[in-house]
Design a protein around this ligand. Structure first.
Ligand code: GLU
Length: 305
């Protein structure tokens, strides 16, 4: 049955009151959390709580081969060490694969998905898929599943980055929702869970800006409401590269959470917060939170870690 997962955390009320802000932190356990992840966690948390909203944590672990050993534990330990208080139990996408399969079926009924046998070898890397398999009506068994896009420009107004647009057909092409090896793609899982968890706001790194039009398209096909997007500028290393698991960004040192929290708030250009226990610092940061102070660029210029 569709959307029947009993573990879904759906309190859209807090202390008996309706909330109109639901946000989240949704790390992929492809490496330990680093300072860039902390910036996302802090900004999503403070923005949600400053708006008297809910904040959920979701582990995006559908890409099993890319899971880095120990990183799920590091995420959970980090939530604890920084004394974040999620408003529901943490969910793991790998426990929810049936739900994503159901949504693929739902899109199949709408004739919006098809099986694709083109391999990456045939297509090359930086391609825009031209729809070779669209009308072949291949069986879904052991093939990649793609969603159809139309020749349509999608635009959204990012709270920090301003207007962002892509033409679905000419900039992006039909994209993969499920890989040939059965792995559910991030684009699908993120859209489905943001909907099922009642998200209203997405606060995440600007490296994900270019994924947003695909996600809006999927949401529209499924009649999900549109979300607000806040793409944060990225922390860089001293060689001017964005911090990422791929370029071996240092894992957060959980023995000094208060110092790291202070640095993350500085990076976000928030009013200063004295060193104290993390929960006290977060409380003060929420009271002083001002989204408008966050630099409106895709990089945190001049801030290197
Ligand atoms: N799981 C993604 C990541 O760790 C973030 C997804 C999102 O915030 O939409 O990069």
């Amino acid at each position: 049955m569709l959307f029947s997962n009993p573990s879904l955390p759906l309190p859209l009320k807090k202390e008996g009151k309706e909330v109109n802000y639901v946000g989240r932190f949704a790390p992929s356990p492809t490496g330990p959390l680093h300072f860039g992840s902390l910036i996302t966690a802090v900004a999503s948390y403070c923005d949600a709580k400053a708006n008297r909203g809910l904040w959920h944590v979701r582990i995006e672990d559908t890409d099993i081969p890319r899971i880095y050993p120990g990183s799920e534990d590091h995420i959970l330990q980090s939530i604890h060490a920084f004394q974040f208080e999620p408003d529901s139990e943490i969910i793991f996408q790998k426990d929810r694969l049936d739900i994503y399969e159901d949504v693929i079926q739902q899109l199949h009924q709408k004739k919006m998905v098809y099986a694709c046998q083109c391999t990456r070898k045939i297509l090359g890397s930086n391609h825009i898929y031209v729809g070779t398999c669209r009308d072949l009506a291949l069986s879904f068994d052991q093939q990649a599943i793609r969603v159809k896009v139309e020749n349509l420009e999608i635009c959204f107004q990012d709270v920090l980055q301003g207007q962002h647009c892509s033409n679905l057909a000419t900039d992006l092409g039909d994209f993969v929702l499920k890989r040939r090896d059965g792995i559910i793609n991030y684009q699908l899982a993120v859209v489905v869970d943001d909907y099922l968890q009642g998200m209203t706001h997405v606060v995440r790194g600007a490296d994900l800006l270019d994924n947003t039009e695909r996600q809006i398209w999927l949401g529209e096909l499924l009649d999900y409401p549109r979300l607000e997007y806040i793409h944060l500028p990225l922390a860089m290393n001293d060689q001017g590269q964005k911090l990422s698991k791929q370029n071996m960004a240092q894992a957060l040192d959980l023995s000094k959470p208060s110092e790291l929290l202070q640095q993350a708030l500085q990076a976000l250009k928030q009013p200063s917060v004295e060193l104290d226990a993390p929960n006290k610092m977060l409380k003060q940061a929420i009271a002083q939170w001002d989204l408008n102070l966050i630099p409106k660029h895709t990089n945190l210029d001049g801030f290197y870690i």
